[in-house]
Write a protein of this length. Structure first.
Lengths: 204, 204
DNA sequence: ATGACCATGTAACACGTTACATGATTGT
DNA sequence: ACAATCATGTAACGTGTTACATGGTCAT
């Protein structure tokens, strides 16, 4: 149900499905993704429901395009959604599930490699977002305290990405430090740490 | 595809679908969720594929139960998955999408209310996890540096939850401070901040 | 002419949720 | 008797991905 509202919200000016995909991929990719094969049918349905209206337009390059814009009904639908409070979905962090059961491999080297892969990925993401912010600051004289309302809200979401990646990296470092400490201890005195479950699962 | 591996990983001792649901709800709920209606068919499929084997057992209370355990094939399947590196799925943070388009409402009071709802929720979650950790520390003399390997890895995932919620709260506070500052400014000198998009979307 | 990009779509499949259906046992 | 908990499942629906199909324009 969320993609409906997201498309409605991104349609500030008339845009095609292809445009919306580009917007999603550029400014939004750290917290949302969608494929064209999902966007096109969704736009059609939103039009049928009266939230959008479409018209044909030509494009310099390639085929003709279909531009959509939000109707009054669409705007009020979007406002209702925004006023309904935060939509929390439950997060599915597959990599955390993997760490949870990493003891299966009985080898802390694997855990360490795994954590280092997470760190590499997140460091790259963090650098990416930092650059986005830096370039924005250079380009826009109003940055960050005199942005228009739309850009201001956009910046808040960018800050969330920066906070998150930084904090996950800190977590990675903590984990790596602790895993290394355990490995040193095991090497010092030939694995005295019990391998059997002490109270496996339940309130982890 | 992930639920398959998660069930395999959670099955350290023989357990029923109902048990697995309880494990998911207790130790894992801050990063994964699944319904019984999804778990039961998945277990059947995993058995058909040779990763699990089942036997009937009675239970004190209620009906008979079906206990599953992991086969050798299942263990090696799980090991392959764990060694294949972190599975990053793209995150869908609906509430961030909502903030992104919150300027639609042309009223910072709404943004503020929204952020305060996020803060309330996350504060509760953070307190919950802090309690889990505190009780664990009191209960288990090996905590946190002499846990068995399984519990150690479990603790790493708990730490991730603690880091995340704390960092999101910090982000909330930063946002709330900035929104309040903007509201004060607007009150001082009747809305001089441009409302029109300066460069809407694109690299946000 | 080849590949990169613009542009729109359909079909099949995979994954996940909600609602429904059944029935036993235990505690109040 | 009633509600809560144990226990297993099916059916319908909603959402999201991958693969496939089509065809135009532009630069090399």
């Amino acid at each position: 149900m969320s993609l409906d509202h997201i498309l409605l919200g991104l349609l500030r000016e008339p845009a095609s499905g292809y445009d919306l995909k580009a917007i999603l991929d550029h400014g939004i990719r750290h917290f949302w993704a969608a494929e064209l094969s999902q966007i096109y049918p969704t736009l059609k349905r939103l039009e049928k429901q009266g939230f959008l209206r479409s018209r044909r337009a030509s494009s310099k390059r390639g085929a003709g395009r279909v531009l959509y814009e939000v109707t009054a009904k669409g705007h009020s639908q979007l406002a209702t959604w925004l006023e309904s409070g935060p939509q929390f979905g439950d997060m599915r962090h597959t990599f955390l599930a993997q760490i949870y059961m990493m003891d299966e491999l009985s080898d802390f080297t694997r855990t360490l490699e795994f954590l280092e892969q997470l760190r590499t990925r997140w460091r790259a993401r963090l650098e990416g977002l930092k650059n986005v912010e830096k370039e924005w600051a250079q380009r826009d004289p109003g940055f960050p305290d005199h942005l228009c309302s739309a850009a201001f809200h956009r910046h808040l979401t960018l800050r969330m990405g920066l906070h998150s990646y930084a904090c996950w990296l800190a977590w990675c470092d903590e984990c790596i430090r602790r895993v290394r400490a355990r490995m040193r201890k095991e090497n010092r005195n030939g694995k005295p740490i019990p391998v059997a479950a002490v109270g496996a699962h339940r309130r982890g």
